[in-house]
Design a protein around this ligand. Structure first.
Ligand SMILES: NC(=O)c1ccc[n+]([C@@H]2O[C@H](COP(=O)([O-])OP(=O)(O)OC[C@H]3O[C@@H](n4cnc5c(N)ncnc54)[C@H](O)[C@@H]3O)[C@@H](O)[C@H]2O)c1
Length: 347
């Protein structure tokens, strides 16, 4: 089966591409490389990369029907869509950029999927309705009440920034498109993706970096550099925010499970994707110090607007229905793998 991975040259996308290939499927990556890394796909994973815009309808139509030269006649059987901008702070300053890229481009992809049904019928290509796995986020939940932790799929979704809203709107569109056009889809609402490929081939390389663990690793052992901790008066055990960190390998495996579910069943469903365990910012800092043996300067500063005190997923539904289990998502392993990748790439 030929799987189109949109945004596959990014952090989670490249790990997902690796998981899909390892499972015996044939991945093809479409990425505009605005934040992606060509060498990870072409040189390391040795997977075809098409450089282009997710919402380029003509390009997409050609890819899906196997008419693009890189596909050599292979038609696409399913799509995993990870392409998006994901910086919450930036989304508040530049909402138009986020709605255009995250919402507008995705709507274009989905419109192409509607047109495919008739085209494929004429050309006798299956499936007529292309299964679609979508990268959603815990940011769709906004600031959940403490009584609602761990967060299950039924919790109220009330995002508080354009990033979270753009993702929730797509979830709703997917529901509408399933009702009206029977496009099968699964939305995976990731909690905090972290760590690096256990084989150290792939890892996190965002610019600018906004994620806690790579920021800490960068600041470790550097007297000039410190890590900012936003707020130490939250209603948590040590006053700092608590997050659910999920290893990028485990996240990628969940995409394989989701894909296999919608290849067989024409459903529209949603899964929270975390481990069910939370760690405070201070616990993460302390574990980074232990794993690396290095010291770190910490600056406690004011809370950031809109940071929920605690975000922990309930993974019950995905464990039960997709038989997904985290393998590497304990904090120490996450940090060990991230550190190994950091050392490999900073030398
Ligand atoms: N990293 C996390 O902790 C996290 C948490 C929740 C949800 N997510 C979601 O997961 C997905 C992947 O996140 P990531 O951390 O790997 O980000 P990333 O920036 O590393 O990867 C995104 C990829 O999409 C590509 N891209 C963006 N817009 C595109 C477009 N219009 N056309 C083609 N390619 C485009 C980028 O070049 C990049 O390679 C995103 O949708 C993000 O919202 C991430």
């Amino acid at each position: 089966m030929n799987i189109l991975i949109i945004g596959g040259a990014g952090y989670i996308g490249s790990q997902t591409t690796k998981a899909i290939k390892k499972k015996g499927y044939y991945p093809i990556v479409l990425d505009n490389l605005i934040h992606g890394h060509k060498h990870l796909i072409e040189d390391i994973l040795k997977v075809p990369l098409i450089v282009g815009q997710a919402g380029d309808k003509e390009l997409l139509k050609n890819i899906l029907l196997g008419n693009h030269p890189k596909l050599k006649g292979r038609t696409i059987d399913a799509i995993i869509h990870l392409a998006a901008f994901a910086n919450i702070g930036e989304s508040m300053e530049k909402p138009a950029k986020y709605y255009r890229n995250n919402l507008g481009e995705t709507l274009s992809i989905l419109e192409v999927l509607i047109d495919q049904v008739k085209l494929r019928e004429e050309k006798k290509i299956s499936p007529l309705k292309i299964p679609f796995v979508f990268s959603s986020t815990c940011a769709t939940f906004g600031v959940p009440e403490l009584k609602d932790i761990p967060i299950s799929e039924n919790n109220t979704q009330n995002p508080i920034n354009p990033y979270g809203r753009s993702k929730l709107m797509i979830e709703k569109i997917l529901e509408d498109f399933h009702n009206a056009y029977e496009i099968p889809s699964i939305s995976l609402r990731y909690f905090n993706a972290a760590g690096a490929d256990p084989e150290c081939e792939l890892g996190e390389d965002h610019n600018p970096e906004t994620h806690l663990i790579p920021l800490i690793l960068d600041a470790l052992g550097d007297n000039e550099n410190s890590i900012k901790v936003f707020g130490r008066d939250y209603p948590t055990k040590d006053g700092t925010c608590i997050r659910d960190f999920i290893h990028v390998y485990d996240l990628a495996e969940a995409h394989v499970a989701a894909l296999e579910k919608i290849i067989k069943n024409n459903i529209c469903d949603f899964y929270n994707l975390g481990t069910g365990k939370g760690y405070s910012v201070i616990e993460v800092i302390e574990t980074c110090k232990e794993v690396t043996g290095l010291a770190l300067k910490v600056d406690f500063v004011e809370r950031r607007l809109g940071d929920p005190p605690i975000l922990i997923a309930s993974p019950k539904k995905i464990m039960k229905e997709l038989q997904w289990r985290p393998v590497f998502s304990d904090l120490e392993t996450i940090i060990r793998h991230a550190w190994r990748w950091y050392l490999k790439n900073s030398s």
